[in-house]
Write a new protein. Sequence first.
Length: 130
Amino acid sequence: MIGITLAAQQPSPDSMVEIDVTVVDSENQPLPGATVQISGKKQGVISDMDGRVKLWVDRGARVEFRYVGLKTVSVKVNKPLKGDILLEDDSSQLDQVVVTSVPPSVAPQDRSPHFRLRTLRARLLPILTC
């Protein structure tokens, strides 16, 4: 019988630095699903449900933190990065939202570029309980 032991490779402290941050908005609320990407690399990660990100990067790497509707923050990492990364509102991105289709429930005569809003009757839906 042969035993095999697997061990995770520890990053070299001279060439790698740790990032252990929480990505937050201007109201200090965590941002789950924020994109974190190392410049020049195709791979990236996203923050967890609490906005936390923990990874090792090459010393001197530029790391970008992004979230829809908020300004991108780019940080050059030369030493361990800990704490919060604040992403501020970017109102210019909100001007770029475009509706690309009309729901099929809108009648054909109402599908003009200036179709009017209609009041829809609410229907009671069954409630499922487990």
